[in-house]
Design a protein around this ligand. Structure first.
Ligand code: TGC
Ligand code: FAD
Length: 391
């Protein structure tokens, strides 16, 4: 008999414009041809497919929802759809695209001078300059306002001191957007700085022993009397709200992306359940397995429709940070649940990299924590509902 797909259940294709559908199909083909055949091997060897970066640029995926400076200028829905397809491949590759576009490029686009935009955005859009975004510190993750990275004025320069930890792309970044407190400022307001590789006192050692996001470069940014020109400061950045505004962009993309990983896990579990036989019948004919598959499909459908709705609001300039938190929290928590269920449906084979669920499951543990942990997003929404800050 004919079987239903996730798209049949959600009706998502009927809610997309022709351009959005084309962007989705192109990203799907790119991932099928260039990512899926090699990604498990990269994950196992703890390497990143660096050769795909120029291709990501050529396809217009880097800073895709920014306008001008060689960026594609697509809407949030199109950007979300492309991130979903990319994370169907691997969360590490989607992280690369998110950090490059939604964090490093967005920060320069929104808070930078015209000279900074001209110098960095076109090569970053082409994938010829790699960026990273340094907000988290070893002792300040959920609470970035407590950061201990400082910028001190010295003549025509700033001298930066501090350490950022768990920074995606930092080991290979040509430019780092670093958030630091301005020492001379009585309020010690947080400002953004563009630090170029090669600056004296700038080091980016990789994080060791990662069991998640293995196909992704993750490192520290160590600033030891790092001297940068005065023009390195992002002139329009002012206060913690500046990096948090960048997070709004990235979090919405992550909400779409995580459901891409969930879809890959669901499809793998469905295919396995239809062919794996136990007690003389396919396990997919068993009620308990069907119940799990239905649960996965339901959560994927709900997340897709919520992400689409909130992204349409974002495209209309009407979204709130709490709505973005809802999407990030829901998508990632459900994707992680789905990955675990899919892993279990594969039995012992589920712990092998031959099947995708265990790789996605391990990656999603990072996604659950970064860009605001699951709990931080509860507190953001909870504050909105009650009026009380419970951080
Ligand atoms: P709070 O006093 O609430 O806010 C400080 C200022 O910021 C404003 N603000 C926002 N502005 C824009 N968008 C938002 N979402 C905003 N949230 C707050 C706020 O209005 C205020 O402005 P002003 O003018 O009054 O000063 O700050 P708080 O210190 O109490 O902290 C609030 C909290 C906990 C919500 C925030 O710090 C937070 O979101 N913590 C989580 C940290 C986080 O998400 N880090 C992510 C690092 S980057 C990353 O993980 C990249 S991984 C990417 C990848 O590989 O894909
Ligand atoms: P903590 O803040 O120490 O939290 C520990 C636990 O306490 C969590 O469960 C948290 O939910 C809980 N908790 C904290 N505060 C509260 C509270 N008030 N009430 C209740 N519970 C609370 N950062 C960047 O700046 N740039 C990057 O590119 C980047 N990439 C990353 C890539 C990876 C693979 C990973 C794993 C992380 C990355 N991060 C990045 C860091 C990430 O944003 C932080 O890990 C995250 O913000 C959480 O901070 P933390 O790890 O210090 O945890």
């Amino acid at each position: 008999m004919d079987t239903l797909t996730l798209d049949d259940l959600s009706g998502l294709p009927g809610l997309l414009t022709e351009e959005e559908a084309l962007i989705r199909a192109t990203a799907r083909a790119f991932v099928a041809e260039q990512v899926l055949p090699q990604i498990a091997d990269h994950f196992e060897r703890k390497t990143f497919p660096d050769e795909l970066v120029p291709e990501l640029g050529a396809l217009g995926y880097l800073g895709a929802n920014l306008t001008g400076y060689g960026c594609a200028g697509v809407n949030m829905v199109s950007y979300g759809l492309m991130l979903q397809e990319i994370e169907y491949g691997d969360s590490g590759l989607r992280s690369f695209v998110s950090v490059q576009g939604s964090l490093a490029m967005y920060a320069i686009h929104r808070f930078g001078s015209e000279e900074q935009k001209q110098a960095h955005l076109p090569p970053m859009a082409r994938g010829q300059q790699i960026g990273c975004f340094g907000l988290t510190e070893p002792d300040h993750g959920s609470d970035p306002g407590g950061m201990r990275t400082f910028a001190r004025t010295r003549g025509n320069t700033f001298v930066l001191n501090g350490t950022k930890a768990w920074i995606t792309n930092s080991p290979v970044a040509d430019v780092a957007v670093v958030w630091a407190k301005l020492d001379e400022d009585s309020h010690k307001a947080v400002r953004g700085f563009i630090v170029e590789r090669g600056s004296k006192g700038f080091e980016t050692p990789p994080m060791k022993s990662k069991m998640s996001m293995r196909a992704s470069h993750t490192g520290e940014i160590v600033l030891s009397d790092c001297v940068v020109p005065k023009e390195s400061m992002l002139p329009l950045s002012n206060g913690l709200g500046s990096p948090l505004a960048c997070l709004n962009q990235a979090r919405m993309g992550i909400a779409w992306g995580a459901i891409g990983a969930a879809k890959a896990c669901f499809e793998s579990a469905l295919a396995y359940a239809r062919t794996r036989t136990q007690f003389g019948k396919p396990i997919g004919s068993k009620q308990l397995i069907q119940d799990q598959l239905v649960e996965m499909a339901l959560e994927i459908t709900k997340a897709d429709l919520m992400n689409l709705h909130i992204s349409r609001l974002k495209d209309a300039g009407k979204v709130t940070p709490q709505q973005v938190s809802m999407c990030k929290k829901n998508s990632v928590a459900q994707a992680l649940r789905i990955a675990r269920m899919a892993r279990a449906i594969h039995g012992a084979n589920g712990i092998s990299l031959e099947y995708c669920p265990v790789r996605h499951m391990l990656n999603l543990e990072s996604v659950y924590t970064y860009e605001g942990t699951n709990e931080v997003h509860s507190l953001i929404i909870g504050q909105g509902l009650t009026g009380f800050s419970a951080f």
